[in-house]
Design a protein around this ligand. Structure first.
Ligand code: G3H
Length: 256
């Protein structure tokens, strides 16, 4: 939080989610991103696949770019083949972890309760959870978008979240990877609805995700309750992701 002349404002966060993309040859990306992040008006986070987190942390040393995971287990350690704990992410230098992404809710059956347990584990390990919520197209068309997101929030946030450092990402499922972005009015309305349901509305950062591109970032990032973006496809290209980061500093300039 920054106090600008009596108005409290949240510093924006531009986060990239590489999903299941990226081999070791992709690490040159960070050399391209570093000068942009250094001059940015926003914090920059990149969440590569788990196999690249350690190398990405090393590549980002001294750049200010933060590196996060895309999921973690709720347990600290144990017989959970294929899983990764929050402590392991922290141990290799991650600062954040995305939790409850709709792709994990859909493909891995993650419930709000699972997401909450993972968020508790992440916080205990010293990670900032980026908790994803969002309605399906059918839910939106049925007029249930706010109800669905409110239920996800109520079930996914740790109970004492008023005093915790966490980030919310609103990602309408129908806008993810489709090229179809929610309208500015819909995003603004949902972010306001989310904010009024947060235990700590003043300090909690709410990101928008869903087909954020260089061409629409400026409009989305200028909305009052939008504190940044969670970017999927466009974060894979350093030039596109850089343009989205740079849109933050342009957000207050008049649209031409
Ligand atoms: O985590 C990122 C979101 O799923 C958005 O992905 P997208 O920008 O490819 O639509």
């Amino acid at each position: 939080m920054a106090d600008r002349g009596g108005w409290m404002s949240r510093r924006k966060l531009i986060a990239g989610n590489w999903k299941m993309n990226g081999l070791s040859g992709a690490l040159g990306y960070f050399s391209e991103l570093a000068p942009v992040a250094a001059g940015a008006s926003a914090d920059v986070l990149v969440c590569p696949p788990a196999t690249l987190i350690h190398a990405a942390v090393q590549a980002c040393a001294g750049t200010g770019i933060r590196v996060g995971g895309q999921d973690c287990h709720a347990q600290d350690h144990g017989a959970y083949t294929g899983d990764i704990s929050a402590a392991m992410l922290r141990d290799c230098g991650a600062t954040h972890v995305i939790l409850g992404h709709s792709e994990r809710r859909a493909a891995h059956g993650e419930t709000d309760g699972d997401v909450r347990a993972k968020a508790v584990a992440a916080l205990a390990a010293g990670l900032v959870p980026v908790i994803c919520v969002g309605e399906t197209l059918a839910e939106r068309e049925a007029g249930r978008a706010v109800e669905v997101v409110a239920r996800q929030l109520a079930g996914s946030l740790p109970e004492n979240s008023a005093i915790l450092d966490l980030v919310i990402a609103y990602e309408p499922v129908w806008a993810i990877g489709t090229g179809r972005t929610a309208s500015a009015a819909d995003v603004a309305a949902m972010h306001a609805a989310i904010r009024e349901r947060l235990p700590d509305p003043l300090t909690t950062c709410i990101l928008y995700g869903g087909s954020v591109k260089p061409g629409n970032a400026r409009e989305l990032l200028s909305l009052a309750d939008v504190d940044g973006a969670l970017v999927g496809g466009a974060s894979l290209d350093a030039a596109d992701f850089s343009a989205i980061i740079e849109a933050v500093s342009l957000e207050n300039e008049p649209l031409r």
